[in-house]
Design a protein around this ligand. Structure first.
Ligand code: ATP
Length: 314
């Protein structure tokens, strides 16, 4: 990952991506969001968000996916920083540098991750001393996945995904992520999910996480977790992008313990037995030419954290 130079006095926060181990989508609520039950896991693909005082708002994008994110006020890190500035009456502007290594529009919550990182960075730079609840409230107002990226680890999400509860889990899991060149729009995938359900006369109740997934996490058994991976948005992602089904099936045939579309896709997440198995699977998938961009990661990892400033020689 390319690392652009940091401005003097900058605060840098490192933030992970997420994968949904299970995503159950309930009915559409009156506010337009769907009721969700999900289990998130934070994984070791990271963005670094650095902020420093500047004479205007500015975004500098660097790293693997730098050319795919907005560098104006639409950038979610800018929106998060401006929200903090308004709420705490801070009359300052920031230069925000994002080293972007989380796939964009891939169902891995990269924009939400940058928003979470910006909240933590502003709290540190401006010495606000925000507590967990204040940060979580700001995070939820920015997006459903933002609160989870603050905490990381494994967590259950309800409501529209923003209400978090801890889950009992043990072990480290090894993933291969098959990343697509072009993203899928989250609203379009939900709309397709609604369309398919209406077409097929599917009626859904309150979404529930399965006992199998919770047991698999408690045991730390990757084979059990692989068998329990589930995403209600998968049929919609497959309908919009049929080659994703072929990719998922190929990964499982090549030895993955399970394969599932991450969030609203199009990234496909494959769980493997070990680091070595993840390497083998990446080689097989690369040779199959079904996907060019393959990323390995482990989870769970912690959420957004300030990167300590490297000590210079005394
Ligand atoms: P989610 O899983 O939360 O629905 P995603 O992982 O599918 O999201 P993102 O990478 O968050 O998708 O990108 C969604 C949209 O947000 C893209 O169109 C992107 O241009 C925009 N965006 C705005 N700011 C950012 C940012 N800092 N990083 C990534 N995308 C951003």
């Amino acid at each position: 990952m390319t690392v652009a130079p940091t401005l003097p006095g900058a605060v840098t926060v490192r933030v992970p991506a997420k994968v949904n181990l299970e995503l159950r989508v309930g009915p559409r609520r009156p506010d337009g969001f769907h009721a969700l039950a999900t289990v998130y896991q934070a994984v070791s693909l990271h963005d670094d968000v650095s902020i420093a005082r500047w004479d205007d708002w500015q975004v500098v994008a660097a790293g693997t996916y730098a050319d795919r994110i907005p560098t104006d006020g639409d950038n979610l890190a800018v929106r998060a920083a401006r929200l903090v500035a308004e709420r705490w009456d801070v009359d300052e502007r920031l230069s925000i540098r994002i080293d972007k290594d989380i796939p964009v529009a891939g169902g891995m919550a990269g924009g939400s991750a940058d928003a979470a990182a910006a909240l933590v960075a502003c709290d540190q730079l401006w010495g606000l001393g925000l507590d967990r609840d204040e940060l979580a409230e700001l995070a939820a107002s920015l997006g459903s996945d933002v609160p989870f990226l603050l905490t990381g680890g494994n967590a259950m999400g309800s409501g529209r995904g923003e209400q978090l509860a801890p889950v009992l889990a043990r072990g480290t899991f090894h993933w291969v992520f098959a990343v697509s060149d072009t993203g899928l729009s989250t609203p379009e995938v939900y709309a397709e999910c609604d369309r398919l359900r209406e077409r097929d006369g599917v009626r859904v109740g309150e979404p529930q996480i399965s006992a199998e997934l919770m047991a698999a996490l408690r045991s730390g058994d990757p084979a059990a977790l692989g068998a329990a991976l589930h995403n209600d948005l998968e049929p919609a992602a497959f309908s919009l992008r049929p080659q994703l089904r072929e990719l998922r099936d190929a990964g499982v045939e090549f030895g993955a313990l399970g394969g599932v579309v991450s969030g609203s896709g199009p990234t496909v997440a494959f769980l493997t037995e070990s680091h070595e198995a993840a390497l083998d699977l990446s080689v097989s998938l690369a040779a199959s030419a079904l996907c060019r961009d393959l990323r390995r990661a482990r989870g769970p990892v912690h959420g957004a954290q300030v990167v300590p400033v490297a000590r210079t020689a005394d």
